[in-house]
Design a protein around this ligand. Structure first.
Ligand SMILES: [Zn+2]
Length: 71
């Protein structure tokens, strides 16, 4: 059982401006939109939420023992 990867190839549109996608700039419509997406990734447009500061890093008392003893 194998299905085609692109069920509807006619519906492909640029995710940035909505213009028809060009295969040369998949999945975008032009080099400009591709650059915009790249810049968004490098900037804060697509900020990937990192893990919040763990309590291990906040601890600065020097008390480095676990709350419960290991069994
Ligand atoms: Zn576009």
């Amino acid at each position: 059982m194998s299905r085609p990867i692109t069920p509807r190839r006619a519906a492909a549109a640029c995710p940035l401006c909505g213009k028809p996608m060009l295969p040369a700039f998949t999945p975008f419509c032009s080099q400009g939109c591709r650059d915009r997406d790249l810049l968004a990734w490098l900037g804060d447009g697509y900020a990937i939420p990192g893990p919040p500061a763990g309590e291990d890093e906040i601890t600065s008392d020097g008390l480095d023992r676990p709350l419960s003893p290991p069994l």
